[in-house]
Design a protein around this ligand. Structure first.
Ligand SMILES: Nc1nc2c(ncn2[C@@H]2O[C@H](COP(=O)(O)OP(=O)(O)OP(=O)(O)O)[C@@H](O)[C@H]2O)c(=O)[nH]1
Length: 357
């Protein structure tokens, strides 16, 4: 049998006598003092608890945290962009857009002159130029009607938005921006012209700031806005054009997902190949038309249904690969481009090897 050890706690003092339990006072001076102290304690406890326990204290910090959270979320959602292109890339399309008389043609002419050292008499249709060892550009002036803008938004890799600095933003710019937004939003850059109309330097500076911030609210903070300060001998200053051209030459064009998965081409030349007898017999007969252009996106097959913007749906009678009318310079390691290699191709403007009548 084991030994059981137990003890009993009794309410006995050291002297073995029992005592009454302590009863705190409910009235009198000491009771009042105690309740006062207790209330004070409770109040101070309440003060320490932050009433905005889960709200932010610093505006700046909250903003930073919020943007970081959004960034993280975006990174999580961001799928790696697969560039399916192979071989030589087709030229990047630079659409020059702006209200009437803002200087679109002049800017294209000065940029073409900068890249190729040739004068362009007229801006009509896409103008393809070699801008570097690995890059070609195709300049297109955006028409000022809504249909033209919708078409341009479909193929633009970079949109140069020309803004008359002396006037400010016009409806055309906002319309075009909205159209771009629903077409995958390619790269956008603003260019301010007519700044020579300001005589007061302070006013010019203020206007530049105002327009820059207005531009930023439309696109994103820090969006690139170039300033063309005026005309020198009828063209824009060389240094400013050089900077703009350099910026375009090194710009990265991330592939837009819809475009990489659909074949499309920007027609830079077309030919009516209907037999003349058929036209003679009936001038309104169905015509056979050959369209030329760089194929972008993915492969195009014979028989595919194609949509010609502003015309309608057709089926392709055939597709043929042709030699490049404006090839990239040879891949040999060289520092720059030789004059011979500064090629350009603009059949609709009457330049290049082929004239378009
Ligand atoms: N003072 C001044 N004149 C300019 C500037 N930029 C263009 N111009 C002039 O504005 C006029 C119109 O230039 P264009 O290049 O034809 O303008 P556009 O936008 O192509 O015109 P549309 O094709 O009719 O829409 C020309 O006479 C240019 O010389 C500038 O920065 N300052």
């Amino acid at each position: 049998m084991g030994i059981w050890k137990f003890c009993i706690f009794c309410d006995y003092g050291a002297d073995g006598q029992s005592h009454k339990a302590h009863r705190s006072r409910h009235s009198g001076a000491s009771a009042k003092k105690k309740t006062k102290a207790k209330n004070k304690d409770q109040n101070s406890d309440q003060k320490q608890q932050n009433p905005k326990a889960f709200a932010f204290r610093s505006n700046a910090k909250a903003k930073r945290l919020q943007s970081r959270a959004v960034e993280k979320e975006q990174r999580r959602l961001h799928l790696p962009v697969i560039d399916r292109s192979y071989g030589e890339l087709p030229p990047f399309v630079v659409v020059v857009q702006g209200p009437p008389q803002v200087g679109k043609s002049l800017l294209i002419k000065t940029l073409v002159k900068h890249y190729t050292k040739h004068n362009l008499p007229d801006v009509r249709g896409p103008i393809t130029i070699v801008s570097g060892k690995q890059r070609r550009l195709q300049f297109v002036e955006c028409p000022n009607d809504i249909n033209g803008m919708i078409d341009a938004a479909k193929f633009a890799d970079l949109a140069l938005l020309l803004i008359d600095g002396s006037y400010g933003f016009e409806m055309e710019t906002f319309e075009f921006l909205n159209i771009l937004q629903v077409h995958g939003f390619p790269k956008v850059m603003g260019v301010l012209t007519h700044l020579d109309k300001f005589k007061d330097v302070k006013k010019l500076k203020k206007t530049k700031q105002r327009l820059k911030h207005r531009f930023w609210t439309e696109i994103y903070d820090g969006a690139k806005l170039f300033y063309l300060s005026g005309l020198i001998h009828g063209t824009y200053p060389k240094r400013e054009v050089h900077n703009l051209a350099r910026f375009i030459s090194v710009m990265k064009f991330p592939p837009l997902s819809w475009r990489t998965s659909h074949p499309y081409l920007l027609v830079d030349r077309f030919e009516d190949v209907t037999p003349p007898e058929r036209v003679q017999m009936n001038s309104k007969c169905d015509r056979n038309v050959t369209l030329y252009g760089y194929l972008r996106g993915c492969n195009l097959k014979k028989g595919t249904k194609v949509h010609i913007a502003g015309v309608g749906d057709f089926s392709l009678a055939g597709v043929t690969g042709l030699s490049d009318p404006c090839p990239l310079p040879s891949a040999a390691k060289k520092k720059g481009l030789r004059d011979k290699e500064k090629l350009f191709y603009a059949p609709m403007s009457g330049l290049g090897d082929l004239l378009f009548m």
